[in-house]
Design a protein around this ligand. Structure first.
Ligand SMILES: Cc1cc2nc3c(=O)[nH]c(=O)nc-3n(C[C@H](O)[C@H](O)[C@H](O)COP(=O)(O)OP(=O)(O)OC[C@H]3O[C@@H](n4cnc5c(N)ncnc54)[C@H](O)[C@@H]3O)c2cc1C
Length: 465
C-alpha cells in the first residue's frame, strides 16, 4: 500500500473543490488533520464567534468524512510540530495543504517545510480564492494596490479554474492516529451560553453552504437594488461559509456564471473584493494591525485607555447604546447573530472612527471577536478603507451621516428587529426619535454636527502635526 498522505485542514472545511484533499486521495490513504493552534495568531487567535462556527463546521465535516468511512484527526498545539511528528510516526509521503495567507499561517507553512522528515514533502495547493493571490498583477508584474484596476484585471483573467469534484474514494490508513474529542476543546460557550442567537440565525457546514447558494441563485438578480437595504434578506450571507472554506468562490462563480443580470455582475465584484483583500495582505502582512497611511495618529485618535469617558463611549458602541438607532441595531445584530449587514458594518465602523474618534484597531478587534466571518484580510482592509488610513481608502474627511443613511436605506424594519425599545415608533421618526419617543432608549452620546466638526479638526491637526 502507498504511504499515507496527511491533509492539513484550516479554513477549507469541505470535501468538494478541495485541491489538497483531492490530490492526497489520488496519492494514497488519507489522514485529515485539524490542529487547534491557539497561540500562533496572537491578537488574531480565533474570536468567540469564530470558535462557535468552527465547532459546528468541524462537527459537520467530521460527519461527512464519517459517511466516507474516514475521519478528522483533531489535535491541539503547535501545528508544524504536531504535523511533522505525525508524518514521522505514520510514515507519511506528503502533507497536502491549501495555501493560507495570514502571516502566522505563512510562517507555519515555512516552519513545517523545515521540520518534515526527509522522505515527506509539503505540497501546497491553491483553493480558497477565485485566482491564486499574487497572480493578478499589472503589466509590469507588480501587485495592485488599488481595488478598481485589480478588479478590472481580474475580470480579464476570468473564468477561474474548473471546480474539483469530491474524491471518488478516500482510503483510510492501516492505523489511525489518536484524536482529541471536539467537545473537550470547549469552543462553545456554556456559562453563560451566549451562542443561541448564532445557532438560530445560521446553518453550518458544506451542505448548508450549498443550500444557501441554491437559494441565492434565484435571488442574485435583485442584488443591485437590494444589497444596501438592511431590513431585507437581499444579500447572499455566504460570508462565513466562504471564510471557513465550506464553499469556494470558484464553486459560486460556476453556479452563477450564466446569469445575465446586472445583479450577478455586481455580486461578482463583491466576491472580487475578497480576492483583493488577500492581495493586500500578501503585500502588507501586518495590514490588520498597522495603518498604511502616515497620519500623526497620536493626535488623531482619542485613546480609550487614557480616559474613563472614552472607554465608556467605546463600550456604548460595543453594546449598541449610542443613541443612534441604526448604529445600535447593527451592533446588536452583530452581538446576537455573529454577523452584520455590510451597509451597517460601514455605518458602525465610521461612527467609531469619525464620530467617536477612536482608533480603528479597537473596532477591528471587536468585529474580530464577534463576527462568525471574521477574516484577517477582509476585516483589516475594510476597517482601513472606512478609516481613511488604508492603501485604497475613503478619505478621512468623508464622514458618513448615520441618521440620513438610515433613512436613505430604509432601515426602519431592521431597527425594530434589533432595538425593541423602538418597536412602536413610527417610520417617520424611528431613524432619529425625539426625546419623548425614546422611552428607555438612550439619548445620543454625541450630536452629529459636533462630532463631524471635531473629526475634521482632528484630521487637520493630525496632518499638521
Ligand atoms: C468594517 C468592515 C469589516 C468587515 N469585516 C469583514 C470580515 O471580517 N469578513 C468578511 O468576510 N467580510 C467583512 N466585511 C465585508 C462585508 O461586510 C461582508 O463580507 C458582507 O457583509 C458579508 O455578507 P454577505 O455574505 O451577505 O455579502 P454579499 O453582499 O452577498 O457579498 C458576497 C461575498 O463577497 C465578499 N464581500 C462582500 N463585500 C466585501 C467587502 N467589502 N470586502 C471583502 N469581501 C467582501 C464576501 O465574501 C461576501 O460573502 C467587512 C466590511 C466592513 C465595512
Amino acid at each position: 500500500m502507498s504511504s499515507p498522505q496527511i491533509v492539513w485542514l484550516r479554513r477549507d472545511l469541505r470535501l468538494a473543490d478541495q485541491p489538497a484533499l483531492h490530490a492526497a486521495s489520488q496519492a494514497g490513504p488519507v489522514i485529515p488533520v485539524f490542529v487547534l493552534d491557539d497561540d500562533r495568531a496572537g491578537d488574531h487567535a480565533y474570536g468567540g464567534a469564530s470558535r462557535v462556527w468552527l465547532h459546528h463546521s468541524l462537527e459537520s465535516l467530521g460527519n461527512s468524512f464519517g459517511g466516507r468511512r474516514s475521519q478528522i484527526v483533531l489535535r491541539k498545539g503547535d501545528a508544524p510540530q504536531i504535523l511533522a511528528a505525525l508524518a514521522d510516526e505514520f510514515g507519511a509521503g506528503a502533507i497536502h495543504a491549501n495555501r493560507h495567507y495570514e502571516p502566522w499561517w505563512k510562517k507555519a507553512e515555512e516552519e513545517l517545510a523545515d521540520a518534515l522528515p526527509e522522505d515527506c514533502t509539503l505540497v501546497l495547493h491553491d483553493g480558497n480564492y477565485l485566482m491564486p493571490p499574487g497572480s493578478v498583477t499589472t503589466g509590469s508584474g507588480d501587485p495592485y494596490k488599488i481595488y478598481s484596476p485589480f478588479a478590472k484585471s481580474m475580470l480579464d483573467c476570468l473564468p477561474p479554474r474548473d471546480e474539483l469534484p469530491e474524491p471518488d474514494i478516500i482510503h483510510s490508513p492501516e492505523t489511525w492516529p489518536g484524536s482529541d474529542d471536539l467537545d473537550e476543546w470547549s469552543l462553545l460557550p456554556t456559562k453563560p451560553d451566549w451562542a443561541g442567537g448564532i445557532r438560530n440565525f445560521w446553518k453550518f457546514g458544506e451542505q448548508a453552504a450549498h443550500k444557501r447558494l441554491d437559494w441565492w441563485a434565484d435571488e442574485v438578480g435583485d442584488y443591485d437594488e437590494g444589497r444596501n437595504l438592511p431590513s431585507q434578506d437581499t444579500t447572499s450571507r455566504l460570508s462565513p461559509h466562504l471564510h471557513w472554506g465550506e464553499i469556494t468562490p470558484v464553486q459560486v462563480y460556476h453556479r452563477l456564471k450564466d446569469k445575465r443580470s446586472s445583479g450577478w455582475q455586481t455580486f461578482l465584484k463583491e466576491i472580487i473584493w475578497r480576492d483583493y483583500a488577500q492581495n493586500v495582505i500578501c503585500q502588507f502582512p501586518d495590514y490588520a494591525r498597522d495603518s498604511y497611511r502616515d497620519y500623526d495618529e497620536r493626535t488623531l485618535w482619542r485613546n480609550p485607555n487614557s480616559g474613563h469617558l472614552i472607554q465608556e463611549e467605546l463600550e456604548c458602541w460595543q453594546k449598541g447604546m449610542t443613541g443612534y438607532p441604526v448604529v445600535d441595531a447593527g451592533m446588536r445584530q452583530l452581538w446576537q447573530t455573529g454577523w452584520m449587514h455590510n451597509r451597517v458594518r460601514m455605518i458602525c465602523a465610521s461612527f467609531l472612527v469619525k464620530h467617536l474618534l477612536i482608533d480603528w484597531r479597537h473596532g477591528e478587534q471587536w468585529y474580530w471577536d464577534c463576527l462568525v466571518d471574521a477574516d484577517y484580510g477582509n476585516n483589516g482592509v475594510n476597517w482601513q478603507w472606512i478609516s481613511g488610513t488604508g492603501v485604497d481608502s475613503n478619505m478621512f474627511s468623508r464622514i458618513m451621516a448615520p441618521l440620513s443613511q438610515s433613512e436613505k436605506f430604509d432601515a426602519a424594519g431592521y431597527i425594530r428587529e434589533y432595538v425593541p425599545e423602538l418597536a412602536d415608533v413610527d417610520d417617520d421618526c424611528i431613524h432619529d426619535p425625539p426625546d419623548d419617543r425614546r422611552g428607555d432608549y438612550p439619548a445620543k452620546i454625541i450630536g452629529h454636527k459636533e462630532a463631524r466638526e471635531r473629526a475634521l479638526q482632528a484630521y487637520r491637526d493630525s496632518k499638521n502635526g
